[in-house]
Design a protein around this ligand. Structure first.
Ligand SMILES: *[C@@H]1O[C@H](CO)[C@@H](O)[C@H](O)[C@H]1NC(C)=O
Ligand SMILES: *[C@@H]1O[C@H](CO)[C@@H](O)[C@H](O)[C@H]1NC(C)=O
Ligand SMILES: *[C@@H]1O[C@H](CO)[C@@H](O)[C@H](O)[C@H]1NC(C)=O
Ligand SMILES: *[C@@H]1O[C@H](CO)[C@@H](O)[C@H](O)[C@H]1NC(C)=O
Length: 578
């Protein structure tokens, strides 16, 4: 990136110069280890995760400002210090050397200025030239308007970046009459990127009526931001765009390698992700960023006016408000996402917490160029122990084979199937939403080629189980692979949301093995089909299949036998999660 020395000087003197920073309200220090959490509390918590990120207690939602700085991974997240329901939002902060084990620090950003006095909502970190971090985040002002604020570290020699100071010029961006933006629909700044013209650019999620949009702002010094004439992208009928994310992915060779957010050129494609408030899903488009016109042009998209505009999703289960960052240590782009509870609010209050994050996933463009691929970061494999490996075995129709030797509530399971009878697959005579298809044809509905897959967090008598499986259909003379996560029998407690999830996976079962990996962690089952081409995350709260009472099985409820060509399963060690 070309950046003139003169520019650099003005730039840093503006931000790191001798501002007289107004004295902030006294920082309330929340102790990192809460004495009130007795061992009784934790042993009585069958749904707490052992290796998925969560704080000791209380409500969490969006991951914020992830970055690598000073050789450490920094994760901030939306947090309610006062309870297990949403409210009183601050930026909590944890650091990690490996994206697996996390150490909590004091809250980094909390209400202290008029521009954020009613809440410090989501935002992103940007590393300025020279590697200096800055954070843009949404503040809620005294009128409950959403505005954008800047915070910078107090001491950049501190690799923990413990303390942050806010720009006295906050708010830097606010809704105006001229831009017709409703002050309740103006939030979640992205990581900024630097154009060849020396201007930084950032996106803010918004909408006008039902037209969702990513508003573009530009700045030379990161402090004075001017709204561009048009949004980077918008689409009628899609509603509010929350937590936009915009980044390049390599489209030639070395696809799994990630690049810095400011990179552009013929060799990259751009991804625009938005969290649709209307659907509560993270949808994305792949396309080209025209840096001259400052617009994003999707490769293809569906009809405007409905949510089909965004065909592709990061995760077809429970997953929202995600954010990526470029990890310059391992040259990869890493994706973090929030998974909310499926239990009742009363249950959340009783257990004292709500919300977890997924295992960080590396994310890259599939060689088809048509979709992204996600895979849990390699570091998570350090938690694997006691491997169980099966020789190739055939699983007949109706058969259930226990997978013994692993801890069923804390496991990483990889299984691959080879299907020889594709011709016998059920015929699908008209296209149907795969989630509906999975609900109609759950694990308990016998099929022909499938359902086959895993029964996880299952009770011994199968009163409770979650089924993650494939089912193959013939549709218009082609093979169609359906992947489902069926929660309909996941718990005897019917207060829980036990919605079944599903998606089609772009895998050719004639020429490829059907692979499935599930990360099972007490109340979360994070599944990857087709080597990361389809992801489904589910929350489950079994009442019988807890602790050492749970079981894990491979199953086939079709009439055709299928071959298990690979089964590798591990118990997972407990990570240090805060
Ligand atoms: C800044 O952080 C470094 C490293 O932790 C520390 O040695 C130094 O004393 C800090 N400076 C101030 C002014 O706190
Ligand atoms: C702005 O949005 C909020 C929440 O969606 C709504 O209640 C309010 O009426 C809107 N205001 C205007 C002026 O459209
Ligand atoms: C959280 O979960 C509930 C119920 O399971 C769901 O209806 C809701 O939309 C979810 N919220 C978000 C933001 O994902
Ligand atoms: C397989 O199908 C039969 C018949 O529909 C059903 O009773 C059984 O519960 C199914 N097995 C599983 C694991 O769902």
């Amino acid at each position: 990136m070309a950046i003139s020395p003169i520019l650099l000087v003005t730039f840093f003197s503006l931000i790191y110069g001798n501002y007289v920073i107004p004295i902030e309200a006294t920082h309330h220090v929340y102790t990192t280890l809460d004495e009130s959490l007795s061992s009784e509390y934790s042993s009585n918590q069958p749904y707490r995760t052992a290796y998925h990120f969560q704080p000791l207690k209380n409500w969490i939602n969006d991951p914020n400002g992830p970055m690598r700085y000073g050789g450490l991974y920094h994760l901030f997240y939306q947090y309610n210090p006062k309870g297990a329901v949403w409210g009183n939002i601050v930026w909590a902060h944890s650091v990690s050397k490996d994206l697996v084990n996390w150490t909590p620090l004091d809250h980094a950003i909390h209400p202290s200025q008029p521009s954020d006095i009613n809440g410090c909502w989501s935002g992103s970190a940007t590393l300025l030239p020279g590697g200096k971090p800055v954070i843009l985040y949404t503040g809620i002002d005294p009128n409950n308007h959403q505005v954008q604020n800047l915070a910078i570290p107090k001491n950049i020699s501190d690799p923990l970046l413990r303390e942050w100071k806010k720009s006295p010029k906050n708010p830097l961006m606010q809704p105006t009459f001229s831009n017709k933006i409703n002050s309740s629909s103006f939030r979640d700044p992205t990581t900024a990127w630097l154009g060849k013209d020396g201007f930084w650019r950032v996106l803010i999620g918004s909408k006008i009526n039902t037209k969702g949009m990513a508003i573009l702002y530009k700045s030379k010094n990161f402090v004075n931001w001017v709204e561009a004439k048009h949004p980077l992208h918008s689409a009628e009928g899609t509603g509010m765009w929350e937590c936009p994310d915009f980044y390049p992915v390599l489209n030639q060779n070395k696809l799994t390698i990630g690049v810095d957010t400011s990179v552009n050129g013929d060799y990259v494609k751009h991804v625009l992700k938005v969290s649709l408030d209307d659907t509560k899903h993270d949808h994305y488009l792949i396309g080209t960023y025209d840096a001259v016109k400052d617009i994003f042009v999707p490769d293809n998209h569906g009809l405007e006016g409905n949510h089909q505009y965004f065909e592709l999703r990061y995760d077809y289960g429970k997953y929202y408000a995600s954010k990526t960052f470029f990890d310059d240590g391992k040259n990869r782009r890493v994706l973090l996402g929030w998974v909310n509870e499926s239990s009742s609010v009363a249950d959340d209050v009783k257990k004292g917490w709500s919300g977890i994050h997924t295992i960080p996933r590396a994310i890259w463009l599939h060689k088809s160029g048509k979709q992204l691929v996600q895979w849990p970061v390699k570091e998570i494999e350090n938690l694997r122990m006691n491997p169980v490996n099966w020789p190739t075995k055939v699983i007949k129709g109706g058969e259930l084979i226990p997978i013994t030797g692993v801890n069923p509530v804390q496991a990483d399971v990889e299984i691959s199937f080879e299907v020889n009878d594709v011709g016998k697959a059920e015929i699908l005579d008209h296209m149907i939403d795969p989630q509906i298809l999975c609900s109609q044809k759950g694990a308990a509905v016998k099929g022909r080629v499938g359902p086959f897959g895993l029964l996880v967090v299952a009770s011994k008598g199968l009163q409770e189980y979650t089924a993650v499986f494939f089912r193959i259909f013939r549709y218009q003379h082609k093979n169609l692979v359906l992947m489902c996560s069926d929660q309909s029998r996941s718990s005897l407690n019917k207060e829980n949301d036990m919605t079944t999830y599903g998606t089609f996976v772009d895998v050719d079962p004639l020429h490829e093995k059907l692979s499935l990996r599930s990360l099972i962690d007490h109340s979360v089952v994070e599944s990857f089909g087709g080597e990361g081409r389809a992801c489904i995350t589910a929350r489950v709260y079994p009442t019988l299949a807890i602790h050492d009472k749970a079981m894990l099985y491979a199953f086939n409820n079709g009439t055709s036998a299928v071959k298990i060509t690979r089964l590798n399963a591990w118990s997972m060690k407990k990570a240090k999660i805060n």
